[in-house]
Design a protein around this ligand. Structure first.
Ligand code: NAD
Length: 236
């Protein structure tokens, strides 16, 4: 199959796309994120109960980014954007920023980013590099409130949902990579794209839970499968 340059394509990526960069996923580790239970580190309640622990966890995740780089799956998606230009939008559940480092510009980070944080009281935004991470709980320079990682935790509403739904309703192709199809609302995107008439394509290590809505499924590692697929789609 060749993808026409004028076609619209939306990509959704999950933790699996960064696995070959050395970042662990949730599902492959019994629901643990780098050995922590998600309820301990990825809910607003966890932050209220123990902000120091939550900060310790996200500082580690942030520092870990210095040791990882984009893998062939990220590079293939950059190549696809170079071909389709603004007809491609990449929605990611990942918070590692590796798509941006690979050079993709049309990226929507629906679950936030490890590289930013904001004040839990006055909502002032900060880049992580501006913040004193030696402090156990970094404080807002403006109001003295607790800063918190800019991560959409379980129970919170992901970013840019209106824009994402609009893209899904107007796309010719929907490509889903490295996501378990369990975490909503992202797990529901396949249904929306399918109802809107898009051709749906999946690349995942194992069949995701919502695999029945995928027209064309490629089983295996994203970094091994995606470069070849993209070459075929763009005709190289
Ligand atoms: P998940 O952990 O629930 O599922 C990952 C999926 O990727 C699994 O189905 C697995 O089979 C597949 N997979 C593993 N290695 C793969 C590979 N090399 N190639 C292709 N597929 C592979 O991840 P999720 O669905 O994205 O949901 C987890 C949530 O956790 C996300 O919302 C995300 O914000 C957060 N998270 C982010 C990161 C990150 O930013 N890198 C890492 C862990 C968790």
């Amino acid at each position: 199959m060749r993808i026409d340059k004028d076609s619209k394509l939306v990509v959704l990526t999950g933790a699996g796309v960064s696995a070959e960069s050395g970042l662990k996923t949730f599902r492959d580790n019994d629901g643990l994120w780098e050995n922590y239970h998600v309820e301990q580190v990825a809910t607003p309640e966890a932050f209220l109960a123990d902000p120091e622990l939550v900060w310790r966890f996200y500082k580690q995740r942030y520092f870990q980014l210095n040791e990882v780089k984009p893998n062939p799956a990220h590079h293939a998606l950059k190549k696809l954007e170079d071909y389709l230009e603004d007809n491609l939008w990449l929605v990611t559940q990942n918070v590692d920023g590796l798509h941006l480092i690979a050079g993709n510009k049309n990226v929507i980070e629906m679950h936030g980013s490890l590289r930013t944080c904001f004040c839990s009281r006055c909502h002032q935004n900060y880049q992580m590099v501006e913040v004193n991470l030696d402090s156990a709980i970094p404080l807002c320079e403006k109001c003295g409130g607790y800063l918190r990682p800019d991560i959409v935790w379980f129970g919170e509403v992901p970013y840019h949902m209106g824009r994402i739904y609009n893209l899904l309703q107007n796309t010719d192709y929907f490509l889903v990579i490295g996501t378990s199809g369990i975490v909503y609302p992202a797990a529901g995107f396949l249904m929306i794209a399918m109802d809107s008439g898009a051709r749906t394509i999946g690349v995942n290590f194992e069949a995701p839970r919502n695999a029945s809505m995928i027209d064309e499924f490629h089983s295996g590692k994203a970094g091994e499968i995606l470069p070849g697929l993209v070459e075929r789609w763009i005709g190289q």
